[in-house]
Design a protein around this ligand. Structure first.
Ligand code: BDR
Ligand code: CA
Length: 318
């Protein structure tokens, strides 16, 4: 990412969202113009509280935080997931409470304001359900022409979902919003479970964070204890998927995707068993993915190299 480029983060902070935030703060040349929160791992108000406290711990009280949507576009918020992210969303880690307040605007308003203020420059990264991005599209239908690009952690292209057999949590959290965001005419990179479940953070990585002299790194090491416990069922060992920090790294160019075809993607927003599925047209796989006219969604199916090592190195430097 060039130094002059700006990033907006939309998240449901969340242990791995906290990792993504730390990664971005530690990334040279990345200017985080604002953070908005959405209900997902925790409700949007708690996610904002967690984000403010993390930013305080990182000494970055200059970055505004806006509370976003409390409920999805349709239906009710299904509630927090304390068995995955802890009752406070941060694995029970108790951060010092900052006095700082949230911004005097919603997350969707913040997206629109920043996009209008920096036409063609703002990059959007979403690591939670897409309610705020969809709401911003309603507020400003010209938004796709105003932002540079969008990166979303979400979906499952060729692998199973993690909430239902076909649906990933961020898409399942608001399928109507995801359908609108994936249908909008902007360049979007989807970072699905295909790649985020392939790259794991391990016990030695967590120990490295715990041994750090840096407060954010140590706090993340504490948080990961609960997260690793949850993922023991998935992997058969204490570790975790690199969902949100991996998406952050893709967004700012720290990690280069290996196989990442640009294809048509639609989101199932019906009420059937496919609700929340990201239907990616990968039929070109045997012909090297020939161009699909009108397709604007790059689906990251794999990334090469020591992804976890890169994430840890950067996060530890914060
Ligand atoms: C996604 O869901 C959330 O629990 C994580 O923070 C991540 O964004 C993974 O499916
Ligand atoms: Ca998240």
């Amino acid at each position: 990412m060039r130094p002059t480029e700006l990033l907006y983060l939309d998240c449901d902070t969340g242990i791995d969202d906290a990792m993504a935030l730390a990664y971005l703060l530690a990334s040279p040349g990345v200017t985080l113009a604002g953070v908005g929160t959405v209900s997902g791992n925790v409700d949007s108000a708690q996610a904002a509280r967690n984000t403010l406290d993390l930013l305080e711990l990182a000494g970055r009280t200059d970055i505004p935080v806006a509370v976003g949507a409390a409920v999805p576009l349709a239906g009710a918020y299904r509630g927090a997931v304390p068995h995955i992210h802890g009752t406070n969303g941060l694995g029970g880690a108790e951060l010092a409470r900052t006095e700082r307040e949230t911004a005097d605007e919603t997350a969707a308003e913040m997206i629109v304001r920043l996009a209008r203020a920096h036409p063609g420059r703002l990059r959007l990264l979403a690591t939670g359900p897409l309610t705020n991005l969809a709401t911003a599209l309603r507020l400003e239908p010209g938004l796709p022409a105003l932002v540079a690009d969008v990166t979303v952690m979400g979906g499952a292209a060729r692998v199973s979902g993690n909430v239902t057999p076909v649906a990933e949590a961020n898409i399942h959290g608001d399928p109507e919003a995801a359908a609108a965001v994936l249908a909008a005419p902007w360049d979007l990179t989807l970072v699905p479970l295909d790649v985020t479940l392939t790259h794991t953070l391990e016990e030695d990585h967590r120990q490295g964070l715990l041994d750090s002299e840096r407060p954010v790194a140590r706090a993340l090491g504490e948080m990961l204890d609960l997260y690793y416990g949850f993922y023991t069922d998935t992997y058969g060992r204490r570790c975790c998927a690199a969902h949100d920090p991996l998406a952050a790294a893709v967004a700012v160019g720290g990690i280069t995707p290996a196989l990442a075809p640009t294809v048509h993607v639609t989101v199932d927003a019906t009420d059937g068993p496919g609700r929340g599925q990201t239907i990616c047209d990968l039929r070109g796989v045997h012909r090297g993915f020939p161009a699909q006219p009108g397709a604007r969604c790059r689906v990251v199916l794999s990334a090469e190299g020591d992804v976890a090592g890169h994430l840890m190195e950067r996060i530890s430097a914060l």
